[in-house]
Design a protein around this ligand. Structure first.
Ligand code: ADQ
Length: 491
């Protein structure tokens, strides 16, 4: 099969969060299984050019119809750790992708609507006719709309679309100008409850809803979150639309790239280890303490790695820091916030805790440090308000770091409580789960983890090794996506 992924991120060259990991990991695995995958991305000025091999011009003078005129683009191509990627560079005064940041511009809707249109125009003009186009999140929600309303009539009538939602919170709501810019036109047609009209704002066009309505199949990134999105308010207003299209909706649990995340071969950590040589993990803990100038004493090391966002339960992350320190543990946080209030809040905490020898808050995005933290920590906290899948706990399990998580979304499908998961035998359990959103709930789970660490260290180690034994690679999820691709090609 020939698959093209159209996305706004692909790790490690463009990574703001988990979307990048998924696009890269899934593409590689599908290729390993004998299929051809290409990835189309924007050519951002701020992406990590050092992660692209052999970048060269692949297509010059791609003229993309836009706003009644045309925009000239150059398409570049190169390999990102073995994955063939195309990067679209528009030459126009809007400078869509030269903003020094991936997201957060006032005209994000225009930027990604343009990208969606340009990606399809590239496929058309370069005579690429994939069997399946796989697109992701609101940024590429217009791809299926444009394919079925415009490009189908220009020779792309056999392409099928799989649309994956990684986060229902950001849906991409825009106005009529998007219709004129993309050439979809006809507001009276698209502002309809069965098409792109937002379910709550009658004057808004909803990109994600477009992706749902026009795709051949759509999914979210874990079975439990699929259920939540359909049946609770976690669908952020799209529950009714999901219900209407439930026949083509599913939940496929994310994997992680076992090449990129591998404690036995990770180039970012000083000591390799495996479940059989688990005791060597402590060398990484020592290295982490040294690097962050933490007190050199063997205490349990608790960490948080992730975006600092309300989704992630930041008030509980904050509480976890102080609770862990009160219980005699050390705490390391690696995170970055896009919201100014959260950013300032954690900067304030960082200054406050600056002289604490048991704590370090690193407020930046740092891929290399993330690897060392997963390898060096004993416990990771993931107290999310909602979590479509969550990769942090899955990576932590791979590195023998015990997860303490809130039982929502994909966390329910990946972490099984040491004390209470009756559906699994004790030797299949791998972490600690709590359910309520208050400090006390977090404390009860974190305390159970710390008590086990302090009181029965050999059992704590066994639990960490049990976590490492789980297979959360892309192997099985890639098979599920391939089955879905096959299904939409031959329904
Ligand atoms: N400051 C930092 N420095 C270095 N690395 C950092 C970092 N902050 C985060 N990361 C890394 O980014 C990834 C984040 O994964 P998450 O699953 O938390 O994704 P996120 O919530 O962004 O994405 C959404 O998409 C993913 C993928 O589908 C879903 O798992 C998730 O539930 C959904 O919210 C991990 O690889 C983590 O190590």
């Amino acid at each position: 099969m020939y698959i093209v992924q159209i996305a706004s991120e692909c790790a490690p060259v463009i990574k703001a969060g988990g979307l990048g990991d998924v696009v890269y990991g899934l593409s590689r695995e599908v290729e390993k299984k004998g299929h051809c995958v290409e990835v189309i991305l924007p050519k951002y000025d701020c992406m990590r050019y050092d992660q692209i091999w052999g970048l060269h011009e692949a297509y010059r003078d791609l003229w993309v119809p836009w706003n009644g005129g045309v925009i000239n683009c150059t398409v570049h191509c190169g390999w990102v750790h073995g994955q063939l990627c195309f990067f679209i560079e528009p030459h126009c005064e809007e400078n869509f992708f030269n903003r020094g940041t991936y997201y957060g511009a006032l005209d994000d809707h225009m930027r990604f609507a343009f990208f969606s249109k340009a990606a399809l125009e590239f496929l058309l003009k370069a005579n690429k006719r994939p069997d399946v186009i796989h697109c992701h999140d609101w940024q590429t929600g217009l791809v299926p709309v444009l394919l079925y309303e415009i490009y189908k009539f220009q020779g792309m009538d056999t392409q099928r679309i799989c649309y994956t939602i990684h986060n229902f919170k950001h849906q991409g709501i825009a106005g009529t100008n998007i219709l004129w810019a993309t050439g979809l036109n006809r507001p009276e047609y698209y502002f309809h409850p069965d098409r792109l009209q937002d379910n709550f704002n009658p004057f808004g066009l909803n990109f994600m809803k477009g992706g749902i309505v026009y795709s051949n199949a759509f999914n979210t990134v874990s079975p439990h979150h699929a259920w939540e999105a359909h049946n609770t308010d976690v669908g952020c207003g799209l529950g009714g639309t999901i219900h209407q299209h439930q026949g083509k909706f599913s939940g496929i649990l994310n994997g992680i790239s076992y090449d990129m995340w591998n404690p036995a071969a990770d180039t970012f950590i000083p000591q390799h280890y495996s479940p059989e040589t688990f005791e060597k993990k402590s060398v990484n803990k020592q290295a982490l303490r040294d690097r962050l100038l933490l007190r050199d004493e063997d205490k349990p090391l608790v960490c948080y790695v992730g975006r600092l966002d309300n989704q992630k339960g930041v008030h509980l992350v904050h509480h976890a820091i102080y609770h862990a320190l009160n219980r005699g543990a050390q705490f390391v946080l690696l995170g970055s916030a896009t919201e100014t209030s959260i950013h300032s809040w954690f900067w304030h905490e960082k200054n406050h805790l600056n002289d604490n020898p048991d704590c370090h808050l690193e407020l930046s995005f740092n891929e290399e440090l993330a690897h060392l933290i997963y390898a060096g920590a004993d416990i990771v906290v993931v107290p999310s308000n909602y979590e479509p899948c969550g990769l942090t706990q899955v990576i932590a399990l791979r590195y023998g770091t015990v997860p303490v998580v809130r039982g929502v979304g994909g966390l329910v499908n990946t972490v099984f409580d040491y004390d209470y998961d009756e559906a699994r035998s004790p030797n299949e359990r791998n972490g600690f789960v709590f359910y309520q959103q208050d400090n006390y709930a977090l404390e009860t789970a974190l305390d159970r983890a710390l008590d086990l660490y302090y009181q029965v260290p050999e059992k704590f180690q066994q639990l960490a090794q049990q976590g490492m034994a789980y297979d959360y690679s892309w192997n099985k999820p890639a098979d599920q996506y391939l089955a879905l691709y096959e299904f939409i090609r031959h329904p």
